[in-house]
Ligand binder design. Structure first.
Ligand code: SF4
Length: 604
């Protein structure tokens, strides 16, 4: 399903006397057509500011400072205000908690709905009147002929809310944002309004962003749920998964705090403290001060979103720790991980790396070698994208440009929703741990003068993984076991190992800093087939256990068949074909892919 509305890395600040308040701090979400997406959380978490940012209706002190808001093909943040006015009401409409503030007191409700129609369509006169009547009837206002001549103050709260919905839906918007639409209403009216919203949404295939603090409403309405806390989304899940097993400690607390018959015997759980002021800078998890499960790392390092299972994501170090521990992987998890491909962890768009050709005494640039020329690809959590092609096709350059080891000439590289191109060194350091590389020749990539323990600890230390030396030492022991090396390997130097073992050391080094994406650049092509099989098995097992994403650069199509979920074929700096592995390898469309496949020697 394509997204009707997509927010990526959205940041909004408000100038306050206490300083800059970061109300929305890197929010990513995508809502499909016909989907109801609920945004829940306590007041002051940034839900409404997110909605107002979409419509660019911020108060004067507010500013959108980063990210993007896409409505289908439109980049809303790049639109001139005049064009934005057409989008508001026409393509994205909003209804608020308190209809009396949103309705104009000096115009009849019929006139207000008519104005929306006249502003956004070519209908006039009797046609407008007919449409107003139709809309007022559709939202369940009785006697619409009479009510259309009434003013807001003459209507009950429920009818006012219905009139506002009629105005919002007057021109069939693609997206409706409903900000606590029923909070001011009685429960029976609330039920009617929710019923109405659900019906209209179903009939019109609208995307509905429903902002609420009420989990009961979420259970009734939402297809998916996002929990917002202190300006960030801390959990996203399909409704069933969220209600079955919320994963973030904050979400769990929201449930535990719900009154119900089961809680009758004892006091309800409380969430101690308050949402922290968003004027402060956060060094670690924003929920740490209120979280009973917080541990040392939580105060030191902000958690990043972790994909758990299909469409379920959570921002919590605990889940990462569980995932890193092999024993925590429940049976059947590999399949779930494989299905967790909905959202790309890495997204590359139109990447270009051009090297200047310089000639003459003055080294003038006389042209460019287009090593990579417009490459787009995506890799999801727990998936392997194989980048295949002959030497010189640009595969390795793509890998290096993704990791920002080479500066791209143009294009976009997004990791977990954040744009990496142009990031300053310090900002990039945050992502260094998450994105690792394993090279073809482990011997060349491991410092021959360092023992294995020091090689593994070096990366952890420089990227701040493990609080103490003792913790790092414990982790090194676990890592060696994970990659199938004996514990005494720690004290040995690289030259004391075989080629396959060295590659295991290189893999352990990459894993040491808890990456989510590994660029594997021909990691087995220097190895014997038997050793290659061990390494491939190891890579696959680690992916299933840890949910790693691999960009697997290779020229070996047999390896691709074994390991890859998706394949992209490169030639002359461009991708000539890409798709699911079965399709590209089984029924290639491009003649170059066919030629590559035909060239593979077959055993039989
Ligand atoms: Fe609690 Fe730590 Fe998870 Fe934050 S990262 S929610 S503090 S356990």
């Amino acid at each position: 399903m394509s997204a009707a509305l997509e927010l990526a890395g959205l940041r909004t600040t408000l100038d306050t006397p206490r300083g800059e308040l970061r109300g929305v701090d890197g929010v990513d979400l995508a809502i499909a057509r016909g989907e109801c997406f609920a945004l829940v959380g306590e007041s002051g978490c940034g839900k409404s500011m997110t909605a107002l940012s979409v419509l660019r209706l911020l108060p004067e002190a507010g500013r959108i400072t980063g990210g993007s808001v896409r409505l289908g093909e439109l980049d809303l943040l790049a639109l001139p205000e005049a064009a934005m006015r057409t989008v508001r009401g026409r393509r994205v409409a909003m209804i608020f908690q308190e209809p009396s503030t949103a309705l104009n007191p000096v115009l009849t409700v019929g006139r207000q709905v008519a104005e929306v129609i006249e502003r956004h369509t070519s209908l006039r006169g009797a046609a407008v009147r007919a449409r107003v009547l139709e809309l007022l009837g559709a939202v369940g206002i009785p006697e619409p002929e009479r009510r259309m001549h009434e003013y807001a103050f003459q209507l009950s709260g429920g009818l006012r809310q219905r009139a506002m919905i009629a105005g919002a839906l007057a021109v069939d918007p693609e997206v409706l944002i409903a900000d606590e639409p029923t909070t001011a209403l009685d429960v029976t009216i609330q039920a009617q309004i929710l019923e109405l919203l659900a019906k209209l949404q179903r009939e019109r295939g609208m995307a509905l962003l429903l902002i609420t603090h009420d989990l009961g409403i979420v259970a009734k309405m939402a297809d998916r749920v996002a929990v917002m806390y202190a300006g960030e989304i801390v959990e996203v899940a399909p409704r069933a998964a969220f209600f079955r097993a919320p994963q973030h400690p904050y979400s769990q607390k929201l449930f535990a705090a719900l009154p119900g018959a089961a809680q009758r015997a004892g006091p309800l759980a409380q969430i101690p403290g308050q949402v922290p002021p968003l004027t402060q800078a956060f060094a670690g998890c924003r929920f740490a001060e209120r979280c009973e499960l917080a541990f040392e790392r939580c105060r030191r390092e902000p958690p990043q979103p972790i994909a758990l299972e299909s469409g379920h994501e959570v921002r919590c170090h605990l889940r990462e720790r569980e995932r890193a521990a092999p024993r925590a992987a429940p049976a059947g998890e590999p399949a779930a991980r494989a299905a967790a491909a909905a959202r790309p962890l890495l997204e590359v768009r139109d990447l270009k790396v051009h090297f200047p050709i310089r000639r003459g005494v003055l080294r003038r640039t006389v042209g460019h070698v287009k090593a990579v020329d417009g490459v787009s690809l995506a890799v999801a959590e727990g998936r392997t994208l194989a980048l295949v092609g002959e030497s010189g096709s640009g595969k390795t350059t793509v890998g290096k440009a993704i990791l920002q080891l080479l500066r791209p000439t143009a294009g976009s590289v997004r990791y977990a929703g954040e744009e990496l191109t142009g990031l300053a060194r310090a900002a990039m350091k945050r992502h260094r741990a998450a994105m690792q590389i394993v090279f073809q020749d482990p011997y060349a990539s491991l410092n021959p003068r360092m023992r294995v323990a020091d090689i593994l600890a070096e990366g952890m230390r420089s990227l701040g993984v493990g609080a103490t030396e003792a913790e790092r030492a414990r982790r090194i022991g676990a890592l060696l076991e994970q990659v199938g090396l004996p514990a005494d390997a720690q004290a040995r130097y690289p030259h004391e190992f075989s080629g396959g073992q060295r590659q295991r050391v290189a893999i352990a080094r990459a894993l040491a800093v808890e990456p989510r994406l590994i660029v594997c650049d021909e990691p087995t092509s220097a190895l014997d087939v038997s050793v290659q099989a061990q390494i491939l098995n190891l890579l696959r097992a680690l992916q299933e256990r840890l949910g790693l994403a691999y960009l697997f650069i290779t020229h070996n199509l047999a390896v691709v068949e074994y390991l890859a979920h998706e394949v992209a074929v490169m030639r002359g700096g461009q991708i000539v074909e890409q798709g699911p592995a079965g399709q590209v390898l089984g029924a290639p469309r491009h003649e170059y892919t066919r030629a590559l496949l035909a060239a593979v020697p077959k055993v039989d």
